[in-house]
Design a protein around this ligand. Structure first.
Ligand code: HPA
Length: 285
């Protein structure tokens, strides 16, 4: 596959950059119905897709490359049951220095490729006392505490409104469906609000107490900007966090990214079963 670089004069607007990526990508892949963003430890899930077409991020014009270990950097489109699914393995995080436009570039691409829903997954710290490492949590709502928003700047009217509604950020039907599938699979799924922070430092115990007061159950460094961009584009969003550790101050153990990856690996079979069920589910839409 040829490596395309944006060249010396990249298109001047976010809309033009996305259009260039879409023009390059759309003819090379089947049209997806559902998008999946695979967080820490879940990158392997793309291997479950049948008849996969795999495209390295480096080949897609303007697609940012994730840097953190535990993430790949590949779009994979294939079938699960009757659904054509587009998986993003690896994401760009704002803490790596990527501008919000770059952080959401991949999910905007999924939206413009035609998906009607995206399932965002991530690793998160557990704030509730019942949220032991290894538990999966369906995101009911979020707190965007990154100080960033991908919609800052001129609105692209073709994408969505200047002031998009966020009351149903995480689709009620998809959340209920995830809960139902979890019960069928014997998974003890939790529900709650995800607090998205900029990172990359983990939180202090005082910050975790603040988040608890605000009603957060899980805390992480991704997802919220993607949700905002997708809702702006009218795409339905679902989110699942893998609780990889107790949030700061909830245990005496120091927080450590290797531990996060270890727990994410341990839970990946449960997580994969839920994702397979969700993607193949004919009641999804
Ligand atoms: N805080 C923030 N991000 C995280 C955590 C955490 O405790 N665990 C995994 N990602």
């Amino acid at each position: 596959m040829t490596i395309l670089s944006p060249g010396p004069n990249p298109p001047p607007t976010p809309a033009a950059r996305l259009a260039e990526a879409l023009d390059w990508l759309a003819p090379r892949i089947p049209r997806p119905q559902l998008g999946l963003v695979l967080g820490s430890g879940l990158g392997h899930f793309a291997a479950r897709l049948e008849d996969p077409v795999r495209v390295p991020y480096a080949d897609i014009p303007h697609m940012p490359l994730p840097a953190v270990s535990g993430h790949g950097g590949e779009l994979c489109v294939g079938r699960l049951g009757k659904t054509t699914v587009a998986c993003l393995s690896g994401r760009a995080h704002a803490y790596e220095g990527h501008a919000p436009e770059k952080v959401v570039f991949g999910v905007r691409l999924l939206a413009r490729l035609g998906v009607d829903a995206v399932l965002l997954t991530n690793a998160a710290g557990g704030i509730g006392d019942d949220l032991a490492p290894g538990r999966l949590l369906v995101i009911d709502d979020h707190l965007n505490l990154t100080g960033l928003n991908p919609l800052v700047g001129a609105n692209v009217d073709e994408w969505g409104p200047r002031f998009p509604d966020m009351t149903q950020a995480y689709d009620a039907e998809l959340r209920a469906r995830l809960g139902e599938l979890g019960r069928q699979l014997g998974l003890d799924l939790a529900h709650g609000t995800y607090a998205g922070l900029l990172g990359p430092s983990y939180e202090t115990p005082a910050e975790i107490r603040m988040l608890e007061t605000l009603g957060a159950r899980a805390v992480g460094m991704s997802t919220v900007l993607e949700t905002i961009a997708l809702r702006h584009l009218g795409v339905r969003v679902a989110g699942v966090s893998c609780i990889t550790n107790l949030a700061a101050g909830k245990s005496h153990a120091p927080l450590d990214h290797d531990e996060v990856k270890l727990v994410a690996d341990r839970v990946r079979d449960d997580f994969s079963r839920l994702l397979v069920a969700f993607c193949s589910d004919p009641m999804r839409s």
